[in-house]
Design a protein around this ligand. Structure first.
Ligand SMILES: Nc1ncnc2c1ncn2[C@@H]1O[C@H](COP(=O)(O)OP(=O)(O)OP(=O)(O)O)[C@@H](O)[C@H]1O
Ligand SMILES: [Mg+2]
Length: 207
């Protein structure tokens, strides 16, 4: 599934007035491609992903599009990892029985190397595991587009490498379309076929 935007403008209201963050932006991310976005803090990268993902009220969320945030607390803290996945599966696959949902959750956890942690609560997992758990949830839901907002920034080098390999494997196997936001040029080069550079329209970003 590709992402196509044409002439998108987004403004926010602040005390000092209206601030335009995206101005007449057009973007085409072809189906199956892996595209990174780099740009200074405040230039509108998260705004763009939220808009595509249906988190800002402009568009409707779709189960085909899944967003992974920088924050590594994206799983429900009161549910185990397995239960988080079962919940997502049952929400997106109406009528699926609990045994089949559990089986699917186990399959997906084994794909991301977390099967042994099925009964762990999120607070019992490391940052890297939680981000892999978030990836597992995307797989469990069966999305076609992954929007990733600096998902690995807080991981150490070793965990980043594990996450990169896993993400690239999943991207290829599932033929996903990935739009990946990062501050790290090396990361963007390592992962993506194309890098888009965004500028801050208001020039208020720190250098
Ligand atoms: N809900 C909101 N209400 C008002 N202003 C907002 C809102 N969300 C973002 N902004 C403003 O829009 C601009 C872009 O924010 P955004 O979060 O998209 O930047 P970013 O490129 O993701 O930055 P970073 O790299 O720091 O994550 C900023 O000036 C921010 O203050
Ligand atoms: Mg951001």
């Amino acid at each position: 599934m590709d992402i196509k935007l044409s002439g998108i403008t987004k403004e926010y209201w602040h005390e000092e007035g209206q601030v335009r963050v995206l101005d007449n932006l057009s973007l085409h991310v072809p189906s199956g491609s892996f595209v990174s976005i780099i740009g200074p803090s405040g230039c509108g990268k998260t705004t763009l992903l939220k808009l595509i993902g249906g988190f800002d009220g402009t568009t409707k969320p779709s189960r085909d599009i899944f967003m992974i945030f920088q924050d590594s607390n994206q799983l429900f803290p009161w549910r185990t990892l397995g239960s988080n996945l079962c919940y997502a599966i049952r929400k997106t696959h109406k009528g699926i029985g609990s045994a089949r949902a559990e089986e699917r959750a186990r399959e997906v956890l084994s794909e991301v190397g977390l099967l042994a942690f099925y009964h762990y609560y999120p607070h019992q997992l490391s940052g890297g595991m939680k981000q892999r758990g978030a990836l597992a949830r995307a797989l469990a839901v069966g999305c076609k587009v992954l929007l990733m907002d600096e998902p690995f920034t807080s991981l150490d080098r070793e965990n980043k490498e594990i996450a990169y390999e896993l993400l690239l494997k999943i991207w290829k196997e599932k033929k996903l379309t990935v739009l990946f936001v990062t501050h790290d040029l090396e990361e963007a080069k390592r992962l993506s076929g194309q890098i888009l550079y965004f500028e801050d329209l208001n020039g208020k970003s720190p250098a």
